[in-house]
Design a protein. Structure first.
Length: 184
């Protein structure tokens, strides 16, 4: 049975993601930075430190990221207009933060910045999968901007969250198992 791309996209839209803007330097001396809103971003490896972004191969950003440092700017809950700006609906003057040490531009007010140099890229059908080696990162206070079923959202008010660290899959999660094995 053939897959209808619109219905597949609707189905995949039920997976809630964070919202990022991937930024890199423009082409030519004195060129303005370039960026695009992307929700296909994930951690890949801690050693070496790698992240992955999936970019539409028709986008201008796709060809720029192949050979230059880039920053993954994780957007803060109040940055919906900035997400729309970099999604092709220019609506504001963009405020930039200091460049990363590897030379990639960073957006002011983002929840986190992950500055990368190109590591490898792979064919991903109508997208290209770029792995970036993390050169530096910054974390700021705030809540993330979320994307679900074609709409932007904010975190709810879960008053009793279960921390990943407390689960068996978390970084310290095997401690209870090790303690049980070594108990007299």
């Amino acid at each position: 049975m053939p897959i209808d791309p619109r219905e597949l996209r609707r189905c995949l839209g039920h997976f809630t993601t964070g919202v990022t803007v991937i930024t890199c330097a423009g082409t030519g001396a004195g060129a303005a930075p370039h960026g695009a809103t992307v929700n296909a971003f994930t951690a890949v490896s801690l050693e070496p430190p790698l992240v992955l972004v999936s970019l539409d191969r028709r986008s201008r950003l796709c060809s720029l990221v192949a050979d230059r440092p880039f920053t993954v700017n994780v957007l803060e809950a109040a940055q919906k207009d900035l997400a729309l700006h970099f999604a092709g609906r220019p609506n504001q003057d963009v405020r930039w933060a200091a460049e990363s040490s590897c030379g990639s531009p960073q957006l002011a007010g983002a929840l986190a910045h992950v500055a990368c140099t190109p590591w490898q890229h792979y064919d991903g059908g109508d997208h290209v999968l770029y792995l970036g080696e993390v050169q530096e990162f910054r974390i700021h206070d705030g809540d993330p901007l979320l994307f679900h079923t074609g709409k932007f959202h904010r975190l709810g008010g879960d008053q009793n969250p279960l921390l990943w660290d407390d689960s068996a899959d978390g970084p310290g999660g095997m401690a209870w198992f090790t303690q049980a094995l070594t108990a007299p």
